[in-house]
Design a protein around this ligand. Structure first.
Ligand code: E4P
Length: 217
């Protein structure tokens, strides 16, 4: 499973990338707004931090606007994957951009039927939002399972990117469900490292080692 960081914060992205295991970054207009910089400048800065897929979202809602914006975003860097909302014009834009060799990440996916439309249009990634479904008492992970099964049934090349993760459990469940990618807020990524038995075990190993040093001094 590839791991992306869901953030537009450069310090956070650098910190995550320093582990050498991050495969990309997803952003959205809300995440970029939090940083207070120009949308394109922030995407350019992120592209300078790592070699991986960097999702950058369009803000137009009509097909021509999305295509034009997608072309501009794709010009920023080869790493850019153009994020397109799962609306009618969005599906048309995905097809047009795919025919020009521009990769897309279809976002705001909440149903398997929407995911079929994105795959048929030639999306590179589909982003089902787990957390936002759980927030309204629906089963986000079940959506991942259903999309993975449908894509496998028909051999669709579109990769499933589990988005809107709220916890390490979401990451584990998305991996078990066969998601190709999970995108994580930094705090969720950071929690993946932790296990109390690791800390207790290491403390004991080091204490025993120190005792050996004293015994042989
Ligand atoms: C990712 O591509 C999405 O923009 C993101 O995961 C949404 O997460 P949220 O539901 O926590 O805003």
């Amino acid at each position: 499973m590839r791991i992306f960081i869901d953030s537009a914060n450069l310090a956070e992205i650098r910190r995550a990338v320093s582990y050498g295991i991050i495969d990309g970054v997803t952003t959205n207009p809300s995440l970029i707004a939090k940083e207070g910089h120009d949308h394109h400048d922030q995407i350019r800065a992120i592209c300078g931090i790592l070699d991986g897929d960097i999702s950058a979202e369009v803000v137009s809602t009509d097909v021509d606007g999305m295509i034009a914006e997608g072309r501009e975003l794709a010009k920023i860097h080869d790493s850019v994957v153009v994020k397109i909302p799962l609306i009618r014009d969005g599906i048309k834009a995905v097809g047009a951009l795919a025919s020009e060799g521009i990769r897309t990440n279809v976002t705001l996916c909440f149903s398997p039927l929407q995911a079929i439309l994105a795959a048929k249009a030639g999306a590179y990634l589909i982003s089902p939002f787990i957390g936002r479904l759980d927030d309204i008492s629906l089963d986000g992970i079940q959506l991942i399972r259903e999309i993975v099964t449908i894509y496998d049934n028909y051999g669709y090349a579109t990769q499933v990117l589990a988005a809107s993760a709220r916890s390490p459990l979401h990451v584990k469940e998305a991996a078990l469900a066969g998601a190709h990618v999970s995108t994580l807020p930094y705090k969720v990524f950071d929690k993946m490292f932790s296990h109390p038995l690791t800390d207790i075990g290491l403390e004991k190993f080091l204490a025993d080692y120190r005792r050996t040093l004293v015994a042989h001094a």
